[in-house]
Design a protein around this ligand. Structure first.
Ligand code: C2E
Ligand code: CA
Ligand code: CA
Length: 616
């Protein structure tokens, strides 16, 4: 060896000697031939009771596999093992304390240099292991705080963050926070009719839209300095925290933007789904110090938004809490009412305008009846449906309620056929709530009721609202299945919902009921007359019949008849009546008509409105 190469070898040996890694050279049997100070230090930790004569003996207690791996290694040279980690707490025999990352860990690698020598490399990897452990802990804690389905923080993470937001001292004047509580409208129906996989996909898309809309708003709007969080509260409920808002009103602006973003169609596979959301907003000023109570208040405001028809937001105010408590009581009472049979049905006549001259006594009184539910409350007396139908829909009671009404009305209808013969109503109309269609087996149960009551399907008409009839494909499918039973469908309250005359042809209905808000102005407003006339014309061209609702005066009766409505209903003819009163009305009306006929005939040459006055 030249002097120069001897020098560099010496330098290398010095370097390796002082290196912060342990190096140990051994024979193939593990007899130690060379050690640097670092390896002494590390081996002493690993093998407290060993005299450091043999490398394998020193490691046998903690890493016996190293001896075994060496025996099994048949190559002339190469890596026997690499990075075998040994925890020092394993040596003491003490179990590692949970979460204890300070335990020292040593890594051992072994290289076969040639047919006679091995080189061991020992390093202290404690810090590296700690860093790995911390990273793992972080990932784990994110995982347990993230909703698996939507990948946004879950309820636990939300509560924690909200509590921090509530507790945090405000640094800037005017800085405030708000909480938005979102609940999808009719999500259960979507889930039941299209399957949970579709429901899950939609929930994922909702979370995505919430996040992307907030990101977009942060870039373009005044909420750029605002800290936001989107979390899934559970089921179809999401919560958004808006922190560091400059003005409380900004929360409403964000709420509106989110509603709009969530309203756009959702594509799941080949399906296009529509969805709306109800939202409750709680401002810091109304917010108590406890995150759970804030969320409760926000959900109360959300329930108000929902009972106002959904697809909107409501800002929490204390009166809502009182109403919520009242609703809770009423829900319990309504449950009892269904069991205790406190519900009963009244019937409003639907008269035919095509026969006779349209005058009150000359109309066809037996054209039909509409069944309307009432609740005989033990202390409040008769409660009208507008006070409890929405509640029944929201708390899942509408299914039982609706089927009770349908069954009772069918039973009564058949009884009239026996009692009144030709004077009995020919068609029974029963209102169908949007929540009823979502119930599994609904169509079969309607068929069952018709069979059990021996009623011909053609004698039944189910009334649906525009918002229901215009819904997605699955709802339309259910409606078609109902029609296949042989019954007919009426579109209730036409003119108050979304659909227009132009989309009437898409709805699987046989009859259009023109809403009272049009009819009530038919005698005074030419505009409303034109609308009624157009509705009648379009409906007729599609083979549908029309009913004018809420006729209160003879003038209205005359106008709707003149405009071509087939049938009419309203206080002018009769208010809703109990079953026996309706039978009397039918009998009385027909005998009255019989007496009036000659007078009406005599007036046959007069104009229709004059005629109505004569015969009323
Ligand atoms: P609707 O289906 O539009 O029923 C007609 C409502 O208008 C009835 O109110 C009826 O009493 C009222 N009405 C009839 N003629 C006149 C009139 O000339 N003037 C005025 N001002 N009102 C008139 P009711 O019985 O209070 O029912 C209200 C709503 O509750 C119904 O509106 C219907 O949507 C719902 N409803 C009633 N019974 C049931 C039911 O069994 N199931 C479901 N799902 N909903 C029902
Ligand atoms: Ca109706
Ligand atoms: Ca109606």
């Amino acid at each position: 060896m030249s002097t120069a190469s001897a020098d560099s070898y010496e330098t290398l040996m010095q370097f390796l000697y002082r290196a912060p890694i342990g190096l140990v050279e051994t024979t193939l049997d593990g007899e130690i031939t060379m050690l640097n100070p670092m390896s002494v230090q590390l081996l002493m930790m690993l093998a407290r009771d060993s005299d450091l004569v043999n490398f394998f003996t020193a490691l046998d207690a903690v890493a016996p596999q190293i001896r075994a791996l060496t025996s099994a290694f048949t190559g002339a040279s190469g890596v026997v093992c690499e990075g075998v980690r040994i925890r020092l707490d394993a040596i003491s025999g003490l179990p590692a304390a949970a979460g204890n990352t300070s335990t020292q860990v040593i890594s051992v690698s072994l290289l076969k240099l040639n047919g006679a020598n091995l080189m061991g490399v020992l390093t202290d990897v404690t810090l590296e292991v700690q860093r790995e452990q911390q990273g793992l802990d972080r990932r784990l804690s994110v995982a347990v705080r993230t909703d698996v389905l939507t990948h946004v923080p879950n309820r636990e993470a939300l509560r924690e963050r909200l509590q921090q937001v509530i507790d945090r001292p405000r640094t800037r004047i005017g800085e405030t926070f708000a909480v938005l509580f979102l609940n999808c409208d009719r999500f259960k129906q979507l889930n039941d009719s299209l399957g949970p996989a579709t429901g899950d996909a939609v929930l994922g898309m909702i979370a995505g839209r919430l996040r992307s809309t907030l990101r977009l708003l942060a870039r373009t709007d005044r909420i750029d300095a605002c800290e936001t969080m989107v979390a899934r509260f559970g089921g179809d409920e999401f919560v958004v925290i808006l922190d560091d808002l400059q003005h409380p009103e900004e929360a409403q602006a964000v709420a509106q933007r989110l509603l709009t973003a969530l309203f756009a169609q959702y594509s799941v596979g080949v399906q296009q789904l529509g969805l709306t959301v109800s939202m409750g907003v709680v401002h810091e000023a109304q917010s108590p110090a406890n995150a759970d109570i804030v969320l409760q208040l926000a959900s109360i405001a959300m329930a108000e938004a929902k009972s106002a028809g959904g697809a909107r937001f409501a800002v929490f105010e204390p009166a809502m809490q009182i109403r919520a408590a009242r609703r809770g009581e009423m829900e319990a009472e309504l449950r009892r009412a269904i069991v205790d049979r406190q519900l009963f049905v009244v019937y409003q006549p639907v008269v035919g305008l095509r026969s006779g001259n349209g005058a009150k006594s000359a109309v066809d009184h037996s054209a039909g009846v509409e069944a309307l539910v009432r609740w005989l409350h033990p202390t409040r007396g008769v409660v009208m449906p507008h006070e409890f139908i929405t509640l029944a829909e929201e708390c899942g009671l509408i299914g039982d309620l609706g089927e009770y009404v349908l069954d009772a009305a069918c039973e009564q209808f058949v009884r009239w056929q026996h009692e009144l013969g030709p004077r009995a109503p020919r068609l029974l109309a029963v209102n169908l709530s949007k929540a009823q269609l979502g119930r599994a087996g609904f169509v079969e149960r309607v068929a069952g009721i018709l069979r059990a009551r021996s009623m011909k399907p053609g004698q039944l008409q189910l009334e649906v609202t525009e918002t229901l009839a215009a819904q997605d494909e699955s709802v339309q499918e259910q409606l078609r299945a109902l029609k296949q039973l042989g019954l007919t469908l009426a579109l209730d309250d036409f003119g108050t919902g979304y659909s227009s005359l132009a989309s009437l042809h898409q709805l699987p209905v046989d009859t259009v009921k023109i809403d009272r808000s049009f009819v009530s102005q038919s005698d005074t407003s030419p505009h409303h007359r034109v609308l009624i006339e157009a509705t009648v014309r379009v409906a007729n061209s599609l083979g549908m019949t029309t009913v004018a609702e809420g006729i209160e005066t003879d003038a209205q009766a005359a106008v709707v008849r003149q405009l071509g409505c087939d049938k009419a209903q309203g206080f002018f003819y009769s208010p809703p009546l109990a079953a026996t009163a309706l039978a009397q009305w039918l009998v009385g009306a027909s005998s009255l008509a019989a007496n009036r006929v000659p007078r009406c005939k005599a007036a046959a040459q007069k104009t229709s409105s004059a005629l109505v006055n004569d015969c009323a």
